[in-house]
Design a protein around this ligand. Sequence first.
Ligand code: SAM
Length: 280
Amino acid sequence: MPATNLTMSATQFEKLRKVVYDRSGIHFQDSKKYVLESRLSRRLEELEFDDFDQYIMFLTAGPYQTDEFQEMFNRITINETSFFRNEPQLDVFERQVLPGILEARKSSKTLRIWSAACSSGEEPYTLAIQVHRSLGVRLQDWKIEILGTDISEKVLMTAQSGKYPHYAIRSVNEMVLSRYFKQDGSMYQLDPTIQSMVHFEKLNLKDRLAAKRFGSWDVIFCRNVMIYFDDEMKNHCATLYHEQLQDDGALFIGHSETLRNLSASFEALPYPQGFAYKKG
Ligand SMILES: C[S@@+](CC[C@H](N)C(=O)[O-])C[C@H]1O[C@@H](n2cnc3c(N)ncnc32)[C@H](O)[C@@H]1O
């Protein structure tokens, strides 16, 4: 029987948003009740639940909690991204920050970049293209590790395929498009060399120990995810990045995000085209 009442009451919203927050740090403001309601009502129909109380019970007390949390995060996360998103900031990375880090690592010839909350992979692949064209033939002498992580398994599957619709490559210039993508019908397949430079793992930023397991990074990108977090979770993330960033490394956050008033100490690097941060 399909569900009959899929409206979420204020009490159900309170319960559900607490469950979501406790698991992921994602904070649904009062004005975003409709997002949870609309994105999950289809799921309730699939499960043949009559109301959100049954769903909350299933999520918190049932035997399939872990699977259902995954399913829920696949549905409720906002995964908007694209190749070369915020190009001025990426220019800062490629022209101002990357040369200094490559110079500093010229004896070890290792470079480690983490794209935390990478959604469907466009961001770490963009960074891989930038590293590829910066190093040119020297690339073969370097050990490059670019890791993309996200809480949603669904977006990571797209990331792994390296295959994107036109929407994802809308900001990519002709030269990059013809050099690094092959059109396949209405889709664009990323060059296998670039694909091989990036690997993906599921990671919840709330899980500090799991994040630390990946070691320390020369560059961390964590753009457009802290906007979904409250101050406590923002502090948690800033502290995590501080711990995991090399002393001479650089952190990039989204253009509408800030590290002001957070406990971890970062210093903004003054580039006119966009911000990068180093440990203060
Ligand atoms: C808007 S996308 C940003 C993608 C990319 N960084 C960019 O700026 O284009 C935000 C991503 O954060 C992920 N996310 C949300 N909460 C998370 C958490 N607690 N841990 C890891 N990823 C999370 C979502 O699944 C989503 O893919």
